[in-house]
Design a protein around this ligand. Sequence first.
Ligand code: FEO
Length: 172
Amino acid sequence: MLDKKIADMLNEQVNKEFYSAYLYLDFANYYADEGLDGFANWYQVQAQEERDHAMMMRRYLIDNGVRVTFGKIAKPDKTYKKHSDALDFGLEHEQFVSASIAEIYAAANEIKDFKTMQFLDWFVKEQGEEEKNAEDLIKKMKLFGGDAKGLYMLNQELAARVYAAPTNGPAM
Ligand code: FEO
């Protein structure tokens, strides 16, 4: 059985991960509307990964005897004035999620819940990768996104991203 506070934080994190998926689909909707189908694809794949994160946490809670409850998923409220805006929001959001996971990690550490810390290790690593991906996208956009040809090439590169279910992560 998990500590109540840790269970509640993880349950809350399930909602945050579903919201992440929702937010990234909103980015994808925007890019699709702008005719940037590669960017739309990149975020659609990202949304699938976020759903996986939610499902992993849900599974962990269930496997530890916790009744999972779902809260409302907030409406994404971003306004995109230029093509780089969603990329900036994406990095900001990943930093928020990393901080949120770090809080759960710290709470687990405080009560010596090593099992949860071990479970969260995968997410800590994953967040590092996701922040790096978001930073790389911003860099590429700054370098190449300024002219039509560069944007076209970048869009093509992002169109190649394919979803693959994680093979090394916690069970879903
Ligand atoms: Fe699941 Fe990108 O945080």
